[in-house]
Design a protein around this ligand. Structure first.
Ligand SMILES: Cc1cc2nc3c(=O)[nH]c(=O)nc-3n(C[C@H](O)[C@H](O)[C@H](O)COP(=O)(O)OP(=O)(O)OC[C@H]3O[C@@H](n4cnc5c(N)ncnc54)[C@H](O)[C@@H]3O)c2cc1C
Length: 357
């Protein structure tokens, strides 16, 4: 079918859907997702934690704003999207000192052990706690954005991979599955495929690289308390937190990978279990399920958000790395302002995220 829209969003993960819900009340929006299900790739594979003290300064500012926005719309909903869940960093004095920023407070060794008695006392020297961190129901969040976008008139198509993007004097002609779309603005929210989409569109790439990250839910003999914080090693060796009757664990690896439907490697999960059985008393007895997602980022580690400086009407919404949920609503708000208004709010933040020439 043939369509016209002010804005065509490529990618139905948290980035594309949160922008669609913000933008659809302002202009006509079409979203194209290659897979049969929205959120199929990285957005269904996260640890579902929003951590205001995590990441570089622009990311922390975006996280604080995202929490404000989600809390505001959550009040109108019957379901809960955010649940209090602190975030605790452990490690050497130097590693914790380096990483403890923003809303993270230093706590004593004894306090850390009280919060998570499953940690072996000799496995860390120092700790920090972010009590403003929360868990999030990512399925509910994705579905909220889909419903809001569609209620405002956005048309969302799954199973429609964008295969051709051609720049015209009047905007862009896009081929997606069996559809042909003419749009004034094309938004690149293609996650791990963002640079590939740029190539298809004849636009210079931004050096975005996908990195593997694996997670698993494991059975344990010593379950952390339901109120216990998520615990992460400050040297990025692992993290874990309670998940239902099991424990969600990750080796917190960041290994370059091609854009693909990434799968976990059994040896990575086995090595993680061996490590956690050394530094904790969780006593992991088996694996319930495991998965791998791709965290895509530019070399500077900050999301890339804004119009391409050389290709008018081509908008980047990519490189969210390990912060895609915690920055989603603030980035969507900024992106919608940049697309529909001259005034784009926080100019300092806007400049930090701008695509490279
Ligand atoms: C193990 C793990 C734990 C994480 N934990 C957290 C966390 O606790 N908190 C947090 O904030 N973040 C976390 N993240 C990061 C977060 O999940 C990502 O930043 C976020 O999901 C990225 O969303 P996205 O929409 O950019 O990408 P995606 O969800 O991958 O969406 C991009 C979509 O674009 C589609 N697409 C690509 N090319 C095309 C095309 N040509 N045509 C049409 N569609 C196309 C893809 O099919 C895909 O669905 C974690 C990630 C991993 C892997």
């Amino acid at each position: 079918m043939a369509f016209n829209a002010d804005v065509l969003i490529v990618g139905g993960g948290i980035a594309g859907l949160s922008l669609a819900s913000e933008l659809a009340v302002r202009c006509s929006v079409i979203l194209m997702e290659a897979e049969q299900a929205l959120g199929y790739h990285t957005s269904s594979r996260s640890a579902r934690q929003l951590i205001p003290s995590y990441g570089p300064a622009p990311v922390r500012a975006l996280t604080v704003r995202t929490l404000e926005i989600i809390r505001a719309f959550e009040q109108q909903l019957t379901q809960t999207i955010l649940t209090p869940r602190s975030f605790m960093l452990i490690g050497s004095e130097t590693d914790v000192e380096t990483k403890a920023s923003g809303s993270m407070q230093r706590i004593s060794h004894a306090e850390a052990l009280e919060l998570c008695p499953q940690l072996k006392p000799a496995s860390f020297d120092a700790a920090g706690l972010d009590t403003t961190s929360v868990g999030t129901d990512t399925d509910a969040l994705l579905d909220y954005h889909r419903r809001t976008a569609e209620a405002a008139g956005a048309r969302i198509f799954t199973g429609s991979r964008v295969h051709s993007v051609q720049q015209l004097a009047t905007g862009w002609n896009v081929g997606a599955g069996a559809h042909a779309i003419h749009a004034g603005v094309v938004v690149n929210a293609a996650g791990a495929w963002a640079d590939e989409l740029a190539v298809v569109s004849g636009v210079r790439t931004q050096g975005l690289r996908p990195y593997r990250r694996t997670a698993a839910v494991v059975h344990v003999e010593n379950q952390p308390d339901p109120q216990a914080p998520m615990v992460a090693a400050a040297d990025d060796a692992f993290y874990f937190r309670r998940e239902g009757l099991g424990v969600l664990v990750s080796p917190a690896e960041s290994e370059p990978n091609v854009p693909e439907d990434a799968k976990p490697r059994p040896e990575d999960v086995e090595a993680l279990i061996a490590k956690l059985n050394t530094v904790t008393n969780l006593s992991i007895t088996g694996v319930q399920r495991s998965w791998t997602g791709l965290r895509t980022q530019a070399a500077h580690g900050i999301p890339v958000v804004g119009f391409d400086p050389e290709a008018p009407g081509f908008f980047w919404l990519a490189g969210q790395g390990g912060y895609g949920f915690q920055t989603s609503s603030a980035i969507a708000e900024l992106a919608a302002d940049l697309i529909t208004k001259d005034d784009a709010g926080d100019l300092h933040l806007n400049a930090a995220l701008r695509p490279s020439p």
